[in-house]
Design a protein around this ligand. Structure first.
Ligand code: 3HC
Length: 292
């Protein structure tokens, strides 16, 4: 597989911007692409805030921050990915959008560039099938917050070229991540299990079995997790969780993934978690992790 030194990331929301930071911290040249200037500016602001926090905590000096940010170019034009050795997409979880993006990329990047999707639950096989070279398509699934969590699920399909899979595993290690290679099934490994757990937790809350705080405390303290399930759903986003849950249930029909009506109602009401300022908990301001 070609050596990877320039990486493109498409979509600069929470996950996309986090992935840009991971690559830039790993010393790679990164081109981040968004659809509009407004979204591009939002992505730049996420990167600035995340690296500012590292400086404020004494984990990075200002020269180091300038070096990381200096490796990143932000653009609104997919043609700026022509030199990319690897492109990771983190666009909305809609198959037609993924197909549009990868179809366009087919005409822009080199034939041996790798195309990866950060999808949380959609089929990599189906994404790859819509491209001219499905053998160079894999999943590269990061976890939120991407700059912090070490896991990368490298998702393979029956068409994936083994050299591409090995190259993406090797790159993930170079970035300080812990890659695992998994087959293409709904939710892959981590989300399949995690979303069954979320759904069970939501059902306990719906049934009035336990208060939200006690539910979270039970799992945080009793199971040694960094945060309880409701705090984590608030972090990931209720809309994102609702969508992923529905996709997994749509494929598996397994009772452990049967959608929570309460979650759907909260999404309809605009309670999306930290990003909207309110989900299961209320936050000091949108985007803050400080519960009031
Ligand atoms: N972006 C960048 N860095 C962040 C961050 C963010 N959003 N949030 C926290 N950090 C950094 C902090 O700067 C700090 O860095 P340092 O150790 O170098 O100083 C470090 O993370 C620890 O942060 P805090 O001290 O503020 O807080 P915690 O120790 O409580 O850690 C946490 C915060 C990392 C979010 C931790 O609570 C955690 O790991 N929670 C579980 C997260 C999880 O399970 N995520 C998976 C969700 S599922 C998913 O993503 C799949 C997808 O498909 C939906």
């Amino acid at each position: 597989m070609r050596e990877i030194s320039t990486v493109g990331v498409i979509g600069l929301g929470t996950m996309g911007a986090g992935i840009v930071e991971v690559f830039a911290r790993g010393g790679l040249t990164v081109v981040g692409v968004e659809t509009t200037q407004e979204f591009a500016d939002r992505g730049r602001a996420i990167l600035q805030a995340s690296t500012d926090r590292a400086v404020a905590r004494g984990k990075l000096d200002e020269a180091g921050q300038a070096e990381i940010l200096g490796r990143i170019t932000i653009s609104t034009d997919l043609n700026d990915l022509a030199e990319a050795d690897l492109v990771v997409e983190a666009v909305p979880e809609v198959m037609s959008i993924k197909h549009d993006v990868f179809g366009t990329l087919d005409g822009i990047v080199a034939q041996d560039a790798v195309l990866a999707s950060n999808t949380s639950s959609l089929s990599i096989t189906e994404i790859a099938a819509g491209t001219a070279h499905p053998e160079r398509v894999v999943g590269m699934h990061f976890f939120n917050p991407a700059p912090v969590l070490k896991l990368v699920e490298v998702i393979t399909t029956v068409r994936s070229d083994q050299a591409v899979v090995d190259g993406v595993v090797e790159l993930s290690r170079r970035l300080g991540k812990k890659p695992v290679v998994v087959g293409d099934r709904a939710g892959f490994v981590a989300n399949y299990l995690l979303f069954g757990y979320f759904t069970s937790a939501l059902r306990m809350l719906e049934q009035g079995h336990v208060s939200r705080e006690d539910l979270d405390t039970a799992m945080r303290v009793g199971a040694g997790l960094p945060m309880g399930p409701l705090t984590l759903v608030d972090l990931v986003g209720l809309d994102v969780c609702h969508h992923i849950g529905e996709v997994i249930y749509g494929h598996t029909r397994s009772p452990m993934h049967a959608p929570s009506a309460m979650l759907g109602r909260m999404v309809t009401a605009g309670l999306l978690g930290r990003k909207s300022g309110r989900g299961f908990y209320t936050y000091a301001k949108p985007g803050s992790g400080q519960v009031v």
